[in-house]
Design a protein around this ligand. Structure first.
Ligand code: TMP
Length: 211
C-alpha cells in the first residue's frame, strides 16, 4: 500500500507521518517512510539545490524538472522495490506537490504536469493521499518557527520565503485536486490538536485498508 501526505508548509506532516507509521506497525505491517524531494541519494543532492536560499536564480522550469527528476529516481530506487516487498510506503509529499506548487502556485499548466508526473511515476501512484489542510497564515508561522529552531532558514527556507498569496494559491490548488480525486485524496483539518489529527488519519487509513 502506498500512502502520501500533502499540504502547505507547517501542517505538522512530519509528526503525523511518524504517528501513522507506529499505527501501521501496531497492526503488524512493515512500513517504509520516505520523502520528496530527497528520498534517494541523487534526490538528496537535488533537495539541497531545490530548497536552499542560494538557489534564487533557479527558473520555474528548472525547478519543475528537478522535482520530476527526484521523483523518477525515488520511484525506481526506493518506492517500487518496497511495494514489491509488500511494505506500506508512506511518502512525505509526492506528485500532487508538483501540481499544487509548480502548477497552481507558479502557474504552469496542471494538465501538462499530470502528463509529466505520469512519465516520472509510471504505474506507481498512491492508493491514498492525506491532505493536511490549514490556513496559510498559521502554517507559514509554524514552518518559519521550526526552521529557526532547527537553524534551517538558509538551507531549507526557499519556499517559506515566498509571499502569502503564493501559499494561498497552493492551498487552493490542493483543495481543487481533492475535489477532482475524491476517492484518493482525503482532507484532514490540521488546525486540530495533534491527537485529533492522528485519530482522523488512522480512521481514514483503516477504512481504506478494509476495502
Ligand atoms: P518539505 O520537505 O520541508 O515539505 O519541503 C519541500 C518543499 O518543496 C515544499 O516547500 C514544497 C516544495 N515542493 C514543490 O514545490 N514541488 C514538488 O513537487 C515537491 C515534492 C515539493
Amino acid at each position: 500500500m502506498f500512502i502520501t501526505f500533502e499540504g502547505i508548509e507547517g501542517t505538522g506532516k512530519t509528526t503525523q507521518i511518524t504517528r501513522l507509521k507506529q499505527h501501521m506497525e501496531d497492526m503488524g505491517r512493515q512500513v517504509l517512510l520516505t520523502r520528496e524531494p530527497g528520498g534517494s541519494r541523487i534526490g538528496r543532492e537535488l533537495r539541497r539545490l531545490l530548497l536552499t536560499m542560494e538557489s534564487s536564480d533557479l527558473t520555474g522550469e528548472t525547478e519543475l524538472f528537478l522535482y520530476l527528476a527526484d521523483r523518477a529516481q525515488h520511484v525506481r530506487e526506493v518506492i517500487r522495490p518496497a511495494l514489491e516487498q509488500n511494505k506500506v510506503v508512506i511518502s512525505d509529499r509526492f506528485a500532487d506537490s508538483t501540481v499544487a506548487y509548480q502548477g497552481y502556485g507558479r502557474g504552469i499548466d496542471p494538465k501538462l504536469l499530470h502528463s509529466f508526473n505520469q512519465t516520472a511515476i509510471g504505474e506507481y501512484g498512491p492508493d491514498l493521499t492525506i491532505l493536511l489542510d490549514i490556513e496559510p497564515e498559521i502554517g507559514l508561522k509554524r514552518a518559519m518557527m521550526r526552521n529557526m529552531r532547527e537553524q534551517k532558514v538558509r538551507e531549507e527556507g526557499r519556499f517559506e520565503a515566498e509571499a502569502l498569496p503564493f501559499h494561498k494559491k497552493v492551498r487552493e490548488g490542493y483543495l481543487t485536486l481533492a475535489m477532482l480525486h475524491r476517492s484518493r485524496i482525503r482532507v484532514v483539518d490540521a488546525a486540530q490538536s495533534p491527537d485529533e489529527v492522528a485519530n482522523a488519519i488512522a480512521a481514514v487509513v483503516d477504512e481504506c485498508m478494509d476495502k
